[in-house]
Ligand binder design. Structure first.
Ligand code: HEM
Length: 956
């Protein structure tokens, strides 16, 4: 449909003319390299996985987009864009330019965005491996390329499904009627023509070649060659990894007390942790709250009935293993008697093989598969439920069934407490015994003050929406609510006629969309705190042309047209490029009549609820049904974010820390009284002001290394969650770190020394600390004598275009680090070279680039069904304006005019007592008393009025 060559020439021509004008207006020394960049045109997209971009640009491109440090960094494994102009704090900016887009800063930012788009396109092209449909993806069907397929027989409802007949039974299946009106409990019928997709208990997908999963099974010659016989479920030992590489060192062990704090939650307790200056504890629990919506390997908080050891058995020294001695166990503080229930596995018979079009034999699926026990959709299922059992825990308000039940409880008496707190689980509710006494919610596992906070908050928000909607209905009872019933799509439903059930379901849609918006443009822009990601994430939601209506409309229409094409390049590659212009959210939610040249002039909106192809028209799965990949779960193992102690404050004296409450003292049912006695607003303030833990080695919470789990009935009844993170990834076959990076199109490491940050800005103390960590990695993972004749991967070639071998570029027969064996979690925690303001590593980020976009692209309710017919007009406006009416933030934070953030609006509505404190807050996830300074400063300095806050006092 689009001729790639012509399009490249056109875009290249525009840039060339622009650059010429720009340079005439403002001559700069980097003209020759920029001209060379334009002359060479866009880098071709890799046709083969071994030719991938790797985030590395040509020297002239680097010179055009950044200062000298791009060249200095070109030999490192890390992506180049983080060294471009204006991608860091104020010191990375070159300054004003007459034509900003063409000046250095503009070239830096736009160059970085272009690099990220290349990565996304390549990730879509090379990293989709679905456990149900891979054979069709690779070989195509009916003459159509697999990457352009839109329906799959594996996504049909099976005959024993209660809705089998309703969707068409044995004939062509398509959801309709009540099944398409709102988000269904189990997530079926989000995609109208693939009813099963993303529903509860379907298989997790993968982002890496199936043959490279489960490396410890040695099923593939390459995995065998890569690791020799060095790795296994318990090798290297998970608890040794935890104690040597994950433990937080304490300067005052007695006042930390293994994360248990001091009696009475005394404020004189102290636990050291490495904090991140620009991200707060609210952000830590936010992401746990999100993961409970997206995925769960556990069924009702349980794994397999059988138990397995978790290590604390083997020492490794210089690559040799031997049993740990008792004194060594005492020094490490690990527990040989810990046991955990084995991971649940769906298929564990060998995967059938098939022959690809290239003649090679491949697995149809991973050697073992696992199920996602919640819906994969971003549907707030942790609140509303994901199957029949979880739904029984969700309590509707009998007095007003459009609402969720909230009750008066606890000692807090703030203005927001009138909205109440969640009721407790009833004795008749289905529950795991350890949940007894907790609040009644759909997903009750790993409950603490953080989960209690967010569940209470969003149930309040649900109820506030219902109240406001009813007020609107009182004002305009006969007006059209916008809502429609697919059974009679033409019939107007007036505000007064919206039933409690219809309103409940519309409120669920609104709350889920608000959560997705908060996550995309508020949480993520603070997690990745720089201008590139601010623009990138806002582009995902609103589009790069947010304020340029015409361009936004045109790119939106081009995207819709590309989505109708049968060419894989149009549907995937060009689709994502144009979607950046219009934004993913709302794609296909208008269907304009085609007028004018190429049908691009605006016509009437002819989107119709009566046409299922319109209802579903905005989704794109890129040829592979949507579910999260196993590797996505891995990069969300973010336990270091959690501090051991929470600094508890009162909103009437926000600068004072009154107590230090151990998180473990809020575990499970203990959260339930804590939330309502201290009060939701005080928890918001306390977690809003406190910094979360950096995602780095030796920064796991002590309490999670010693977590009581009485249901295990083991000798210790405890588990080291940090060690379990390692074990679970091995049980589920996640490739180890270096191959993980190669599979995702990132450059490999060649020794542990590559983990050391080589940038000149790094202080000698920090470098010395990193060198110590490298020594610890070497101690745990060891070294071996390498053999250059052994090829270890097919995912990439080396710089000379030759196969990568066991020596990773070192001389044959020398001792090399076992960098191939490093567990994925350990590797990304060890990455110290990160883009400015990144709370996560570039490896984790690359997994997000693909999957954070896909969960929007694939969801009808965020694309073509983001319409009043489903959300009501009141609901559509609420999502778009972050509440009933739009509000603008004061000033220009980081140079942007901004709406008051969506989460700040939720807090203001549900906890009005925080209004004064929130005056100073721009992004709810930035520590509330921090002075944000200028352009993406990450300094830890108090804002005016917070100078007395002890959090800013020097560390003792
Ligand atoms: C009080 C805080 C927390 C507690 C007590 C806790 C506890 C646990 C436990 C016991 C498991 C292991 C389940 C198993 O495989 O048997 C687990 C898994 C996990 N946790 Fe946490 N966690 C906490 C905070 C967090 C946070 C802040 C995140 C951030 C995203 C997080 C992300 C995960 C993930 C991704 C898994 C794997 C889930 C799966 O396999 O489906 N946790 N957590």
């Amino acid at each position: 449909m689009i001729n790639r060559r012509k399009a490249s020439i056109a875009v290249g021509g525009i840039i060339l003319v622009g650059l010429a004008v720009g340079f005439l207006a403002f001559p700069v020394t980097d003209v020759p390299s920029c001209m060379e960049q334009v002359r060479q045109g866009f880098r071709p997209l890799a046709a083969d996985r071994a030719q991938r971009f790797l985030g590395k640009v040509q020297p002239f491109t680097g010179e055009c987009r950044g200062p000298e440090r791009v060249q200095q960094a070109s030999a490192t494994p890390w992506v180049d864009w983080s060294n471009y102009w204006a991608t860091g704090d104020a010191s990375s900016r070159a300054g004003l330019s007459i034509i900003p887009r063409l000046g250095r800063d503009g070239r830096g930012i736009d160059g970085a965005l272009l690099d990220l788009e290349y990565q996304r396109i390549e990730l879509i092209r090379f990293n989709l491996f679905d456990n149900y449909t891979f054979e069709e993806y690779l070989n195509g069907r009916g003459g159509r390329s697999g990457a352009a397929l839109t329906t799959w027989s594996a996504m049909r409802l099976p005959p024993d499904h209660p809705d089998y007949q309703a969707v068409g039974g044995a004939g062509e299946q398509a959801c309709q009627g009540e099944l398409i009106r709102h988000r269904t409990l189990t997530g079926i019928c989000n995609d109208v023509f693939n009813p099963l997709m993303g529903s509860s208990s379907t298989l997790f997908a993968r982002n890496v070649q199936f043959e490279q999963t489960f490396p410890d099974l040695g099923l593939d010659p390459l995995t065998k060659a890569r690791h020799g016989d060095r790795i296994g479920l318990l090798r290297p030992d998970p608890q040794v990894i935890s104690r040597v590489l994950f433990t937080r060192e304490q300067s005052e062990p007695a006042s930390c007390n293994q994360g248990q704090g001091l009696p009475g939650s005394s404020a004189s307790a102290h636990c050291d942790y490495q904090p991140a200056p620009f991200f707060n504890v609210l952000a830590a629990f936010w992401i746990q709250f999100m993961t409970h919506d997206w995925f769960s390997h556990l069924a009702e908080g349980r794994n397999h009935a059988e138990q397995t050891p978790v290590g604390c058995a083997l020492a490794s020294a210089n690559g040799l293993e031997r049993p740990l001695t008792s004194p060594e166990i005492a020094v490490l503080g690990c527990r040989p008697d810990d046991r955990i229930d084995r991971a649940l596995i769906a298929d564990d018979v060998p995967a059938p093989a098939f022959r690809g079009a290239d003649g090679a034999s491949r697995f149809t699926r991973a050697p073992k598969t696992t199920r996602n026990h919640v819906t994969a959709w971003w549907d707030a299922s942790q609140i509303y439920g994901y199957d029949g059992i979880s739904a029984q825990r969700v309590k509707r308000d009998p007095a007003n069934p459009a609402k969720l039940l909230m009750q008066p409880r606890g000692a807090a008496r703030g203005a927001g407490d009138r909205y109440g707190y969640l009721p407790l689980l009833a004795a008749t509710d289905p529950m795991n015994p350890q949940w007894q006494g907790q609040e009644a919610v759909a997903f009750p596992d790993n409950w603490s003050i953080g989960m209690s906070f967010y569940h209470n908050l969003f149930v309040r928000e649900h109820n506030v929406f219902v109240d406001e909607f009813r007020k609107q209905a009182e004002r305009t009872p006969d007006a059209d609510s916008g809502l429609r019933n697919p059974a009679s799509p033409q019939q107007v439903i007036a505000y007064r006629d919206v039933t409690p059930e219809e309103l409940f379901q519309a409120a669920r849609l609104v709350v889920a969309a608000e959560i997705a918006k908060i996550h995309t443009i508020e949480w993520t822009t603070q997690l990745l705190y720089d201008e590139v990601l601010y623009r990138g994430m806002n582009a995902n939601w609103h589009g790069l042309f947010r304020d340029k209506d015409n361009l936004k409309r045109i790119t939106g229409r081009v995207t819709d047209r590309l989505g109708e094409s049968s060419s894989a390049d149009d549907r995937n590659l060009w689709y994502t490029v144009f979607a950046s212009g219009s934004g993913i959210f709302g794609l296909g939610s208008r269907k304009q009549e085609r007028r004018g040249p190429f049908g691009l002039l605006p016509g009437e909106d002819v989107w119709s609820l009566a046409k299922l192809e319109d209802v579903n028209g905005g989704v794109n799965h890129f040829g592979s049904p949507f579910n999260f990949p196993e590797e996505f779960v891995t990069v969300y193992r973010l336990h270091p974010l959690v501090p051991d102690l929470i600094d508890v404050r009162d909103y009437r004296e926000p600068n004072e820390i009154r107590q230090k409450v151990p998180v473990i003292e809020t575990f499970r049912a203990k959260a339930t009284n804590a939330v309502s006695d201290v009060g939701l607003a005080n928890w918001a303030l306390s977690m809003g002001r406190q910094r979360l833990g950096l995602l780095t080695l030796q920064n796991h919470p002590l309490f999670l290394q010693n977590l009581p789990i009485p249901r295990l009935g083991s000798a210790t009844n405890q588990i080291d969650v940090a060690a379990l993170d390692i074990l679970r990834d091995r049980e589920r076959g996640v490739p180890r770190f270096n191959e993980f990076r190669r599979q995702y199109g990132l450059r490999q490491l060649t020794s542990f020394d590559d983990f050391i940050d080589q940038r000149p800005s790094v202080s000698p103390e920090t470098r010395a600390h990193q060198e110590k960590l490298v020594a610890a990695l070497r101690q745990v993972y060891g070294q071996h004598r390498c053999d250059a004749s052994v090829v270890i991967t097919a995912a990439q070639l080396d710089a000379a275009g030759a196969p990568i071998n066991d020596c990773l570029g070192h001389p044959d027969g020398t001792m090399v680090d076992n960098v191939e064996d490093v567990d994925a979690v350990v590797g990304w925690l060890a990455e110290s070279t990160r883009p400015h303001g990144f709370a996560i590593s570039e490896t984790q980020f690359t997994v997000f680039i693909l999957n954070a976009s896909r969960r929007l692209f694939s969801d009808r309710f965020f694309t073509s069904s983001f319409r009043p017919e489903f959300y009501t007009q009141f609901g559509v406006d609420w999502v778009n304006h972050n509440g009933p009416v739009a509000m603008m933030e004061r000033g220009r934070p980081n140079g942007h005019r901004e709406e008051v953030s969506p989460l700040k609006r939720v807090l203001l509505r549900t906890m009005p007592e925080l209004a004064e404190e929130l005056e100073h807050v721009v992004n709810v996830f930035d520590p509330w008393a921090r002075d944000r300074g200028e352009y993406y400063s990450i300094d830890w300095r108090p804002r005016p009025g917070a100078e007395n806050d002890p959090a800013f006092a020097p560390r003792r």
